[in-house]
Design a protein around this ligand. Structure first.
Ligand SMILES: [Zn+2]
Length: 210
């Protein structure tokens, strides 16, 4: 649907804010939480209610207006810790996408040697990227390229920091699927006046072929 995003996107952004804003010690420091509730966005009742709403929408496969998701990204972009939050949100969305791949498929990918696992992993990244991130994923030589036209996070923070969301999601997906730890380049960016944000990742598998 044009003008909308999968609920997993705003959900991961808010979950990242929440995880950063929760004080160390968790439940044991309820009083501290109460005191700081109003100061920390991630602990506000609104954020907790929104997280619940997005989880429901994700279950029902309901899309969310893109401006709602980019509104959250803009709130994050104003914070001094925006870089860490966008990176964490990318990790969160990748883990959620990974959990939605059937466990059989995940096991097969992990059992196979790298050269057989990579094509299967690619298919999963492509499927998840399209469905959840609105991304186009393709292979170029030994690289995997992920492109997003309707980016939720571009222009929401200085120095293209918002783009770290998708970059971190791609990195984490490749790490989870094929233990890949290669370089990722942000080759095209809407913040540079181009019409797409695109990342190219090397398939550098740590796994040895058998
Ligand atoms: Zn970009």
């Amino acid at each position: 649907m044009p003008g909308t995003v999968n609920a997993i996107v705003p959900l991961s952004l808010l979950e990242a804010v929440r995880s950063v804003d929760i004080p160390e010690g968790g439940d044991e420091e309820v009083e501290y939480v109460q005191e700081h509730r109003n100061k920390r966005l991630g602990l506000s009742d609104t954020v907790i209610a929104q997280i619940r709403r997005y989880k429901d929408a994700l279950k029902r496969n309901q899309q969310i207006p893109i401006h709602e998701a980019s509104g959250i990204a803009r709130l994050i972009g104003r914070r001094p810790d925006a870089e860490g939050i966008f990176t964490r949100a990318g990790t969160i969305v990748a883990n959620r996408m990974y959990q939605m791949i059937s466990s059989t498929t995940r096991q097969i990918i992990h059992l196979l040697p790298g050269f057989l696992a990579r094509p299967l992993a690619f298919r999963q990244v492509k499927r998840a990227g399209e469905k959840y991130l609105g991304a186009k994923v393709r292979r170029v030589g030994a690289s995997i390229v992920l492109g997003v036209t309707e980016s939720v996070t571009y222009g929401t923070a200085p120095k293209a920091i918002g783009c770290l969301y998708y970059e971190s999601a791609l990195r984490e997906m490749l790490k989870l699927l094929v233990s890949s730890g290669g370089m990722i380049d942000h080759v095209h960016c809407r913040e540079r006046g181009e019409d797409i944000c695109e990342w190219r990742a090397e398939w550098r598998a740590v796994k040895t072929s058998q």
